[in-house]
Design a protein around this ligand. Structure first.
Ligand code: ATP
Ligand code: MG
Ligand code: FE
Length: 350
C-alpha cells in the first residue's frame, strides 16, 4: 500500500509518501517544514500563528512530497492526515488538504490519530515487531503506552500536569535561553553538576506510572528568583533539572519494564522530541539493560513530528482492512486519547 501522509497538528508542516509491503515500510519522499522561527519570539507555539503558517504552505509541501516520490496521485492507495489531537486550526488545515485530494483522486481518506503515528514510528525503520513499550515524551505529551498491535494501545501512565518537553521549555524561558528549550537546556547542562541543586521528584513514591513536572518548574523558579545566578550556577541548575526529569522517567520505565510481558525480546521505545536528550537516553538505556530489554530510539527526524509516521499509520490501517467509510465526515479532534479506557485501573501496573 502506498499512502500520502500529512501532518499539521503542532508546529511542523509535513508531508510524506510511504510504501508498505509485507509490513516493511519504504519512505519514498519526506518533507518537514518547522515553524520554530515564527514562534521563537513568543517562547512557545502560538496556535493562531501556527494555523496561518500551515495554511500558507501545506499545499506546496504536499505537492513537493508527491513530486519527489516520483508517483502520481493515481498511483496512491490512500491519503492520510493527522485528524487530532492537536491545535485545532492546524489539524483542520491538514485534514481539509487531505480530504480535498481524496475527493479529487477518488482515493480513500484516512483520518489518523497523531498519537498512533508516534506509537508506530519505530516501525518506520528496522525490526520493531509488536509488542513494545512506548515512552512518548514531547512538548505536548508524556506517557507510557503498551503497544501490542495495530489498534491495540494501552495507556499505562501519563503526566498529570506538564509534559517533560514543556518542563524543559519553561526552564529555558525562566533562564532566557530561548525556544525550543530542550536543546538549550541540554547544552547549558553540559558543564554542570547534576547534584548541586536538590530538586523534587514528584510522585516517585506513589504507585503507578503517572508523572508530574509542574513542581519542578516552580522549584527552579524559586532558585532563580532567590538571587543572581552565575554562568556556573545556571549550568548546575540545568544539569540538576535534567537529572530530575531523567530520574522520574527512568523510575517509571523500570517499573513498566518489570511488569511488561513479551515473548522473546523486550523492547522499550522512546519517541518525541525529548528523546533527543542524551542524558535521558543514557538513563533509559541503563533501565532497559537492567531488565534485559533493548532501548529503541528512532532517528531524531522520526522522534519529532513528521508525516512519514502518519503515512505509515494510514498504510497499516489500509493493509489491515480498517478503512472508515465515513472518513469524509470525520471532524478534527482537539482531544483524542489513544485508548479511551485508561489502563491505570490495571492492577498489574499498580
Ligand atoms: P507534540 O507533543 O504534539 O508531539 P511538540 O512539537 O511539542 O508536539 P516535538 O516536536 O516532538 O513535540 O518535540 C518538541 C519538544 O521536545 C520541545 O518541548 C523541546 O524542548 C523538546 N526537546 C527537543 N530537543 C530536546 C533535548 N535535546 N532535550 C530535551 N528536550 C528536548
Ligand atoms: Mg514540534
Ligand atoms: Fe507529536
Amino acid at each position: 500500500h502506498t499512502v500520502l501522509g500529512i501532518e499539521t497538528s503542532c508546529d511542523e508542516t509535513a508531508a510524506a509518501v510511504l510504501r508498505l509491503v509485507d509490513g516493511r515500510a519504504t519512505i519514498l519522499s519526506e518533507i518537514v517544514r518547522s515553524q520554530v522561527e515564527a514562534h521563537a519570539p513568543y517562547g512557545g507555539v502560538v496556535p493562531e500563528i501556527a494555523a496561518r503558517a500551515h495554511a500558507d504552505i501545506a499545499d506546496q509541501i504536499v505537492a513537493a512530497a508527491i513530486e519527489e516520490s516520483g508517483l502520481s496521485l493515481a498511483e496512491l492507495d490512500g491519503i492520510a492526515a493527522t485528524s487530532g489531537p492537536g491545535l485545532i486550526g492546524g489539524v483542520m488545515v491538514g485534514m481539509m488538504t487531505g480530504k480535498a485530494l481524496a475527493l479529487a483522486s477518488g482515493k480513500p481518506f484516512l483520518p489518523v490519530n497523531h498519537l498512533e503515528g508516534h506509537a508506530l514510528s519505530p516501525r518506520l525503520a528496522a525490526d520493531c515487531a509488536f509488542p513494545y513499550l512506548l515512552l512518548l515524551v514531547s512538548g505536548g505529551h508524556c506517557q507510557f503506552i503498551e503497544v501490542r498491535g495495530l489498534g491495540e494501545y494501552r495507556r499505562l501512565g501519563t503526566t498529570i500536569d506538564d509534559a517533560a518537553g514543556e518542563a524543559f521549555d519553561k526552564l529555558a524561558k525562566l533562564l532566557g535561553l530561548g525556544f525550543p528549550g530542550g536543546p538549550a537546556v541540554e547544552r547549558t547542562a553540559a558543564g554542570g553538576d547534576p547534584k548541586r541543586y536538590k530538586l523534587p521528584r514528584p510522585l516517585m513514591d506513589r504507585d503507578g506510572l503517572d508523572m508530574s513536572f509542574a513542581g519542578l518548574k516552580t522549584a527552579a523558579a524559586r532558585i532563580i528568583e532567590a538571587g543572581d545566578l552565575s554562568e556556573q550556577d545556571k549550568s548546575d541548575l540545568c544539569a540538576s533539572y535534567q537529572a530530575a526529569i531523567a530520574d522520574c522517567l527512568t523510575q517509571r520505565a523500570d517499573r513498566a519494564l518489570s511488569v511488561f510481558e513479551a515473548e522473546g525480546e523486550k523492547r522499550l521505545v522512546v519517541a518525541g522530541g525529548v528523546a533527543a536528550n542524551q542524558a535521558i537516553r543514557a538513563s533509559l538505556d541503563a533501565a532497559a539493560s537492567r531488565h534485559g530489554a533493548r532501548l529503541i530510539a528512532p532517528p531524531l527526524r522520526h522522534c519529532t513530528d513528521n508525516a512519514a509516521m502518519i503515512a505509515l499509520a494510514g498504510a497499516e490501517h489500509l493493509a489491515a482492512g480498517k478503512v472508515d467509510v465515513d472518513a469524509m465526515s470525520f471532524s478534527a479532534r482537539p482531544r483524542w486519547p489513544l485508548d479511551e479506557a485508561s489502563a491505570l485501573a490495571d492492577p498489574a501496573y499498580g
